[in-house]
Write a protein that binds this ligand. Structure first.
Ligand SMILES: [Zn+2]
Ligand SMILES: [Zn+2]
Length: 137
């Protein structure tokens, strides 16, 4: 497949994905909401070997909220980039907002819908909704 490229807002961090995304989802939890400034996040998972950081490793900072997954972001522009068990683990969680190309997958479920903000109207898109963490998240 053609690599799927991504970058932060300032362009300091650049990466590419060379294997298909395994799954993708929306998270409506309060931690992702605070971190993103919007409803939560949209992310996809790729196997570690299908991910390559091309530039800007020194710009990436990681915040680990109590009880939550890592939030990796660019220290210059604040773009939310990676999550899950960053920088370790068998998979990389990539924020879809950081992608510059078509990921070739669509979000498959909503997680943490019980924590969604009152103003967050979860669309009637037919996708499964998990009140907490999805089994595959
Ligand atoms: Zn940046
Ligand atoms: Zn979340």
């Amino acid at each position: 497949m053609e690599p799927v490229t991504g970058s932060c807002l300032c362009g300091g961090v650049r990466f590419e994905v060379t294997e298909p995304f395994r799954r993708a989802s929306y998270c409506h939890c309060s931690r992702c909401r605070k971190h993103s400034g919007t409803f939560g996040l949209t992310q996809g998972r790729v196997p570690r070997e299908g991910f390559r950081l091309l530039d800007g490793e020194e710009l990436i900072r990681v915040y680990r909220p109590e009880g939550g997954m890592a939030k990796a972001f660019c220290s210059v522009c604040g773009s939310s980039l990676f999550g899950g068990t960053w920088p370790d683990g068998p998979e990389v969680s990539i924020r879809f907002g950081a992608l510059d190309d078509e990921p070739g997958i669509r979000p498959q479920y909503h997680s943490h819908t019980a924590s969604a903000a009152g103003w967050d109207s979860i669309p009637d898109d037919g996708l499964p909704r998990h009140t907490g963490a999805a089994p595959t998240a």
